[in-house]
Design a protein around this ligand. Structure first.
Ligand code: ATP
Length: 442
């Protein structure tokens, strides 16, 4: 993990938030390449769950919601983690369900070995106040999940999107949780982005859809390059299930700190729609004109974290290799996720090469994210592009000035071929689109 954190800082992917003030714990800012990478993760998700399906629609609900939403959903009473405090030297606070008992079966402070106090339930929702008066009536919450924005819009979508179950609503947005022990870089933070789907189905079909979504979601990660032996599904035990869930499985990834949740896929039953019907007085059932039956749909929820997924893609792509006696660090990101697709590099800064390279760069950047770099030795520039995961490099050299061909270098195989300058755009597009399609065809 330290290597990933160092690379992220060195290459401007991710910085500590408010760093000049000493940093705000477990809060991060995304720099240029980080923004591009996370955007690509999110657009790959949109592409798979919306563009390539006809049973899904998109939504972007507000972060601030009516406080009654959180009462009805059960978050006000039950969205808690068990908090224990060290009574010994360090006084640190821990999440009791994340601690391992010692050989006597007792929980001790992992920092100083001290005794721990009684566990108390700690609500993870951030509170704030709306308007100028700070009283109970104006108390609102930053949403701890995007899902509730979908449930309260179920009726709107049903009316206007011309959909009927089975269909789903997808949303990407920020969520906030006052986590007791955040950590492991962007794995667990107090402010993060979720990519959530609520998929509404006839109750009898829920187990089948749950199974299908687990397979679809697992495949999404492997299609985008994560090694399948670094992923598995883990089913929640009965004591672990959330208050709304009939069954949940997590997609876990082998992070540097061990197997940890990447995405949760839950069968939320009709819990949420029924709870909001009851609390709001709005009927959130569906009448099926074909069977002439009215029912409250069950919900299958694949819920992923955009930041966690970004971290997993980076960890899995990270590689250190020895090439011709020199160490190279490379992010072997799937081309669809790579922040920059092609780097255009003049071999040297003279003899008309920079001008020619810049003209080509201007053409290529209309087709795909491209970068022009003329500073430093060619080896250094390749290494920089390898570290940010750029799949292709195009070099303008002496021969280009004679016959209008360029060198095309592949990040992973390191193969170099010569391509005519007039064909390089088509060649790159072919590779990019080919790479987009190949997982599906394979
Ligand atoms: P955990 O057990 O790790 O606290 P959870 O089971 O509470 O997670 P869910 O409520 O299922 O998490 O949230 C769905 C997804 O949102 C998670 O799989 C994860 O990718 C992401 N996520 C949840 N909490 C955080 C967080 N604090 N920081 C970053 N991502 C998060």
């Amino acid at each position: 993990m330290e290597k990933i954190v160092a690379l992220c800082k060195r290459r401007g992917f991710i910085f500590q938030s408010s760093e000049i003030y000493g940093g705000l714990a477990s809060t991060y800012d995304y720099g240029h390449y980080g923004v591009l990478l996370k955007n690509n993760v999110k657009s790959a998700w949109w592409r798979t769950v919306i563009q390539e399906r006809d049973d899904m629609v998109a939504l972007d609900a507000a972060i601030l919601m009516h406080p009654k939403v959180w009462e009805a959903s059960g978050h006000l009473a039950g969205f808690t983690d068990p908090l224990v405090q060290c009574l010994g030297k360090c006084k640190r606070r821990w999440r009791a369900d994340h601690l391992e008992p010692d050989e006597n079966g007792q929980l001790r402070c992992p920092e100083c070995g001290g005794e721990l106090g009684e566990a108390r339930e700690f609500n993870l929702m951030f509170e704030t106040f709306m308007g100028p008066v700070r009283d109970d009536a104006s108390r609102i919450f930053l949403r701890p999940e995007t899902a509730q924005g979908i449930f309260v819009n179920f009726k709107n979508v049903l009316q206007f999107a011309r959909k009927k179950p089975p269909f789903g609503i997808a949303q990407i947005g920020k969520a906030f949780r006052n986590e007791i022990t955040p950590g492991n870089f962007i794995f667990r933070t107090r402010e993060f982005e979720q990519m959530e789907i609520e998929f509404f189905v006839p109750p009898a079909d829920a187990p089948q859809w749950h199974q299908r979504w687990m397979e679809d979601r697992l495949r999404w990660y492997t299609d985008l390059g994560i090694r399948s032996d670094h992923l598995h599904l883990r089913e929640h035990g009965p004591d672990e299930l959330s208050h709304y869930s009939a069954a949940t499985s997590d997609i876990e990834y082998l992070f540097p700190m061990g197997w940890s949740e990447l995405e949760g896929i839950a069968n939320r039953t009709d819990f949420d729609l029924k709870a909001h019907s009851k609390a709001s007085g709005e009927d959130l059932s569906y009448f099926d004109p074909q069977t002439e039956q009215r029912y409250v749909p069950y919900v299958i929820e694949p819920s992923a974290g955009a930041d966690r997924a970004t971290l997993a893609f980076m960890v899995d792509a990270y590689d250190e290799e020895e090439v011709a006696g020199r160490k190279r660090t490379v992010l072997k990101l799937h081309p669809r996720l790579a922040p920059v697709k092609v780097a255009v590099l003049p071999l040297v800064s003279r003899d008309g090469m920079p001008e020619k390279a810049r003209a080509l760069y201007k053409e290529l950047r209309e087709l795909m994210p491209a970068e022009f770099d003329e500073g430093g030795s060619i080896g250094k520039r390749y290494r920089r592009q390898d570290e940010i995961g750029t799949p292709w490099g195009v070099t303008i050299d002496g021969q280009t000035m004679e016959d209008d061909t360029v060198t095309l270098r592949d990040r992973d195989s390191l193969d170099q071929i010569r391509v005519s300058i007039s064909e390089i755009g088509d060649e790159l597009l072919k590779r990019l689109v080919g790479d987009w399609r190949s997982p599906k065809l394979g």
